[in-house]
Design a protein around this ligand. Structure first.
Ligand SMILES: N[C@@H](CCC(=O)N[C@@H](CS)C(=O)NCC(=O)O)C(=O)O
Length: 235
């Protein structure tokens, strides 16, 4: 059986990390049996989660997990898509992973109040005396990586202006489709759903939540996908 190493559900989301939610969805879409292990972060080969173990092979990174499923199990996530459609979905996924991800980081980690609402609790597993230092060190490393990426150099208003344009792009690509794949769910749905859901997580205070609500097709899509793939979270 495949083991998925990830963070686990948090903040009412299927996983604290949108990449973790994506990995869950890829395994579900491919119809593979798997179990989750929430204790593997210290052994993550790239220092990040998710990763999987499959028959002794370790595959790190959600995109390489997808490629592994395609190769080993012969599952085609993009069956029936034209090359143009598959290409635009790959680009949309990377918009989420390499651009909008940093909006999530700014909202959750850089914004002090949101940090207190969410990520702060990740450190509760450590003994009380070291918690404050762990919080400070990890938060400052994450803020540094956001600056290295570039998103962390923008003002909050600029970050949110980029979020709005990114969501416009996703809304335009989805149109009135049921899924980003059209009538059938495609590989990119795993990624795009995970990011829309993460960006609009109601426990954080950010105008991005209203941006998703205002784009009715994205908002309806998020709710449909949650009900279809993560019914256990409905409440
Ligand atoms: N490219 C990776 C990104 C995974 C990633 O960024 N994971 C973050 C959580 S959202 C992580 O483990 N961060 C821990 C760290 O950087 O220390 C993927 O697609 O899996």
């Amino acid at each position: 059986m495949i083991t998925l190493y990830t963070f686990g559900p948090s903040f009412g989301l299927p996983d604290a990390s949108p990449f973790g939610t994506k990995a869950h969805m890829l395994l579900k879409l491919a119809g593979l049996d798997y179990q989750s292990d929430l204790t593997g972060f210290s052994k993550a080969p790239k220092g990040k989660q998710p990763y999987i173990k499959d028959d002794g092979d370790i595959i790190a990174d959600s995109t390489f997990i997808r490629m592994h499923i395609e190769k080993k199990y012969g599952f085609d996530f993009d069956a029936d898509l034209t090359a143009a459609h598959a290409g635009s979905l790959w680009a949309a996924e990377k918009l989420c992973e390499d651009h909008l991800y940093w909006v999530v980081i700014q909202d959750r980690w850089t914004d002090r109040d949101n940090f207190e609402r969410g990520p702060r609790t990740f450190f509760d597993v450590f003994p009380a005396p070291v918690r404050p230092i762990m919080r400070r060190v990890v938060r400052s490393q994450i803020i540094k990586s956001s600056k290295a990426h570039g998103m962390g150099r923008h003002t909050t208003a600029e970050v949110h202006a980029l979020a709005a344009r990114g969501l416009d792009a996703l809304s335009g690509i989805l149109g009135d489709g049921r899924y980003f794949g059209g009538d059938r769910v495609a590989g990119a749905d795993a990624t795009i759903f995970s990011f829309i859901d993460s960006m609009s997580c109601p426990i954080f205070d950010t105008p991005v939540i209203a941006m998703v609500e205002d784009r009715k097709n994205l908002h309806d899509y998020r709710d449909r996908m949650r009900a279809e793939f993560f019914p256990e979270l409905a409440g």
